[in-house]
Ligand binder design. Structure first.
Ligand SMILES: [Zn+2]
Length: 231
């Protein structure tokens, strides 16, 4: 597969010289090797560590998120009861953050070095602290799975109810013009088109496509339980 120059693969490979390009499929660029980093945090100090990673970058990057797996055996494996404490997903990929949060970061630095610095390193820094010192991850920890997603999206959209968050995702799956005719999810009793909320939402249209929001809305809808009737 051809890699767009804008991905800055060459910069990534010189920043992480022990990561190599491995035979890749038509749909993914596969990067494998020792990912060495040094990061600093005002409270937790400077830290260097190395993790063996496999990073699969989809053709649709940066609007599609890479999948990162730790393959050096440093993190608990699938059967380990602590797996969730390290934010490892059931498919062994690392839970670097909520998809929307990661896409927001990538929209600002839509390159492979950007992904490494903004999405991978902060996760590995926190994991490394936890491995060295035990206890919880040193940053405000989100709940796992759908609860974690909904909490994070509540922050991102500035909404508290889960129903309104799912409504927002559905609105983002519609064309702007159609979404503006629907009731605003902020509780203002106006159409979206008459509320300032629309400016906030429109910014998200640039970081993911309508089909992505549609799929995401459907997944979160399933987690609403009895609140589904409010939608
Ligand atoms: Zn409103």
């Amino acid at each position: 597969m051809e890699y767009p120059k804008e991905w800055q693969l060459d910069v990534f490979l010189s920043d992480y010289p022990c990561m190599k390009v491995r035979p890749s499929s038509n749909t993914f660029l596969r990067l494998v090797g020792d990912f060495a980093f040094t990061a600093d945090h005002p409270e937790h100090g400077e830290l260097s560590d190395i993790f063996r990673l496999e990073i699969s970058v989809p053709r649709g990057f940066p609007k599609d998120l890479p999948i990162v797996k730790e393959i050096g055996g440093k993190l608990p494996n699938l059967k380990h009861p602590d797996r969730e404490d390290f934010h490892v997903n059931p498919d062994c990929s690392l839970c670097l953050g909520s998809p929307l949060r990661l896409l927001m970061k990538l929209a600002e630095t839509p390159t492979l070095p950007g992904f490494a610095v903004c999405c991978v390193v902060p996760y590995l820094y926190a994991i490394s602290c936890k491995l060295k010192n035990g206890g919880n991850l040193p940053f405000g920890e989100l709940a796992h799975g759908r609860d974690g997603l909904l909490d994070d999206y509540a922050q991102i959209f500035g909404l508290t109810s889960r129903v309104s968050i799912v409504k927002v995702l559905f609105l983002l799956s519609l064309k702007k013009r159609d979404a503006n005719k629907r009731p605003c999810p902020c509780g203002c009793a106006n159409r979206l088109g008459r509320c300032n909320m629309r400016f906030k939402l429109n910014r998200f249209r640039e970081i993911a496509c309508r089909a992505w929001f549609n799929e995401h809305a459907k997944q979160l809808y399933l987690s609403l339980g009895e609140d589904k009737v409010l939608l």
